[in-house]
Design a protein around this ligand. Structure first.
Ligand SMILES: Cc1cc2nc3c(=O)[nH]c(=O)nc-3n(C[C@H](O)[C@H](O)[C@H](O)COP(=O)(O)OP(=O)(O)OC[C@H]3O[C@@H](n4cnc5c(N)ncnc54)[C@H](O)[C@@H]3O)c2cc1C
Length: 599
């Protein structure tokens, strides 16, 4: 089915990101390229048969709160069963925790296929995996044994329960409390809102990873602890209720098949939670899940944008309208297909370059995740710095530019793009959330500029530059790629000038001024990292064409080089305008004198 291009995914994973770089480690000795290839084919079959057919209907018959319980689309139960059977849930875990040490980058490629087919289904299981991963990383053996096996079977579902009515971006202000008891558990009391996958008919139990403040703990982020709070307590005879009440399910703009619940903990003072790890370290632990979830959201966003691209591409190849403005075209009796109009081709190339570039960026980021877990010493430190620095960008670029990309997809269809006759309007609504949950784009941008770029006294930035320069040097070795390597070099120069302008504000502790345009800085960084990926794609394609060792027809590789050129000519130059705005002396967004509209 035509919602993604499996050949493209394989090319990016095997020839650009080089899956082999992680397969060579002992940890992944059970995997090889041939097996990975077959595994991805199997995932596509699963997606075709179990996920894609119900995608539209999940929007038309959304998750609903009925009689104290959330009811989700019936096919989701079947999807959970089949995905669990495939072994994908927790497959990157250590075998001692029920996993098989599959490289995370390969898992991410598989999830991309599932999300392209149906972005309302996969996230339920991704969150469950994330919650289980938190337990295996920081929980006691008892907690792991109690919860993780059932979660990996897809029978018990996991959630990430952070957000409260007054604490969204600012989690340090949460008010949920945890009171210790002599029985070893804590009594949890508070409300959590917007909790994805928090309750439905296909979870025998729900394992909520809840952050709360232990009585007497410090104010702010330093006093937050992590608890595992099941919906049902486990007894010798089965389950008993744990005083977790589902108060409702939010009706949303998009992702309507993916439920978003409002949960109340301890309304009857009988909600028990078990501490995970040490007290007051909850936010630090949770960051592990949040970082993974950020990459998950990036993957989800690019998957939606990918499916939208393929839908608009298919339409453009069938829809006739107008005539080409060539001599023959203007004299033609028949109308031409819209794919022949330069402006439509521009919109399609835009989508293609954003989505394929972003898939490459995400896979590369996941590869660094794997390298952190396979390497030691300096190599590990470098991989960690790259992972940390790339994570906020790998969440934000696919989300923000993915929205722009899908919007172009709607435009390709003209009036039909706005109707329910085609999937584009659903993709457009579905993707909108990705810039909001898991930390808004604004919050990711603050993180990038205030923490990640400056981390380890700027060492992370130096490591990134080193890696970028390696690609630039390799591309300069190919005559046809030299102009593009040069453009990336110049673009990096623009970012360095922007940093020279901004850093003095940080040194003078003018933090508001330093960070006022963090989102623009994020946009610049996104374009740089995607151009880097396109240069790598261009290199890989050029090498294949030169060597003749091609798995796909030559046209496949030439098309990659063409799209790379598009990105460098149409998208990368945007950073010049962004740089000019960031370096302006005007301070138009900083609150100073009264402004009638804002005061
Ligand atoms: C569909 C859906 C699913 C979700 N799933 C989950 C889930 O599973 N678990 C969970 O815990 N939460 C979940 N959330 C919550 C989500 O993570 C938050 O909505 C998000 O982090 C933003 O918080 P908020 O809504 O309180 O917005 P606010 O924090 O009020 O932000 C509003 C605006 O102000 C900006 N802003 C806020 N603070 C600053 C600042 N310091 N500097 C600059 N700008 C700022 C933001 O960028 C944003 O544009 C979900 C939300 C939705 C809508």
């Amino acid at each position: 089915m035509n919602y993604m291009d499996l050949d493209n995914l394989k090319f990016l994973l095997f020839d650009v990101v080089n899956l082999q770089d992680v397969l060579k480690f002992e940890k992944h000795k059970d995997f090889d390229l041939e097996g990975a290839d077959i595994f991805l084919d199997g995932m596509k079959d699963l997606a075709d048969q179990a996920l894609y057919p119900s995608f539209k209907e999940m929007d038309e018959k959304p998750a609903m709160f009925r009689e104290g319980r959330v009811v989700i689309h019936p096919q989701l139960g079947e999807i959970f069963r089949q995905v669990a059977e495939s072994g994908l849930i927790g497959s990157h875990f250590d075998p001692k925790h029920g996993g098989m040490n599959m490289p995370h980058v390969l898992v991410a490629a598989a999830e991309h296929i599932l999300h392209c087919a149906n972005n309302n289904a996969g996230p339920y299981l991704a969150l469950t995996t994330g919650a289980a991963n938190l337990l295996t990383s920081f929980g006691s053996d008892e907690l792991i044994e109690t919860y993780v096996p059932k979660m990996l079977e897809g029978k018990w579902m996991g959630t990430m329960s952070l957000t409260e009515p007054e604490a969204g971006s600012s989690l340090g202000d949460l008010t949920t409390t945890a009171v210790p008891t002599d029985e070893g558990y804590f009594l949890i009391k508070g409300q959590k809102i917007f909790i994805s996958g928090g309750d439905h008919q296909f979870g025998e139990n729900f394992i909520h990873m809840v952050i709360a403040r232990i009585q007497g703990a410090p104010e702010g982020a330093k006093g937050i602890s992590l608890f595992v709070v099941p919906k049902h307590r486990i007894t010798a005879h089965g389950f008993e209720p744990n005083d977790v009440i589902t108060a409702g399910d939010y009706q949303k703009l998009g992702q309507r098949g993916y439920c978003t619940t409002h949960l109340m903990f301890g309304e009857h003072n009988d909600c028990r939670g078990w501490l995970v790890g040490e007290p007051n370290k909850g936010l630090k632990y949770m960051f592990q899940l949040m970082n993974q979830a950020r990459l998950e959201v990036g993957n989800l966003a690019v998957s939606i944008a990918t499916a939208a691209y393929h839908a608009s591409l298919a339409y453009a190849k069938e829809r006739s309208q107008g005539r080409r403005m060539t001599k023959e075209g203007m004299e033609a009796k028949e109308q031409t297909l819209i794919i022949n109009h330069p402006d439509v081709r521009r919109m399609l190339l835009k989508q293609k370059s954003i989505t394929e570039g972003a898939v490459a960026l995400l896979l590369e980021t996941y590869k660094y995740y794997d390298l952190v877990h396979c390497t030691e010493g300096e190599a590990q430190q470098k991989a960690q710095m790259m992972l940390d620095l790339m994570t906020p960008v790998a969440k934000t670029y696919p989300s923000d530019m993915g929205i722009e990309s899908v919007s172009n997809g709607v435009q390709v269809l003209g009036g039909y793009g706005y109707t329910k006759d085609f999937l584009l309007e659903q993709y457009f609504r579905d993707i909108r959330i990705t810039s909001i949950y898991e930390g808004t784009s604004g919050i990711q941008s603050l993180d990038l500029l205030s923490r990640k770029i400056t981390a380890n006294n700027g060492q992370a930035m130096m490591v990134l530059l080193e890696v970028l320069n390696e690609t630039i040097a390799a591309a300069k070795g190919k005559e046809t790629l030299q102009p593009y390597a040069q453009k990336l070099e110049e673009a990096i120069g623009e970012v360095q000038k922007v940093m020279e302008h901004l850093l003095p504000y940080a040194f003078q502790k003018q933090y508001e001024r330093f960070l006022a345009n963090a989102s623009l800085f994020m946009e610049m960084t996104g374009h740089i990292l995607i151009s880097w990926q396109w240069l790598r794609i261009g290199l890989a394609a050029t090498e294949k064409l030169e060597s003749g060792e091609m798995r796909w027809p030559a046209a496949f590789y030439r098309e990659k080089i063409h799209t790379m050129k598009y990105y460098f000519v149409y998208e990368l130059p945007r950073i010049k305008g962004l740089a000019e705005t960031i370096r302006t002396k005007e301070e138009l967004t900083i609150k100073k004198e009264e402004l009638s509209i804002f005061d």
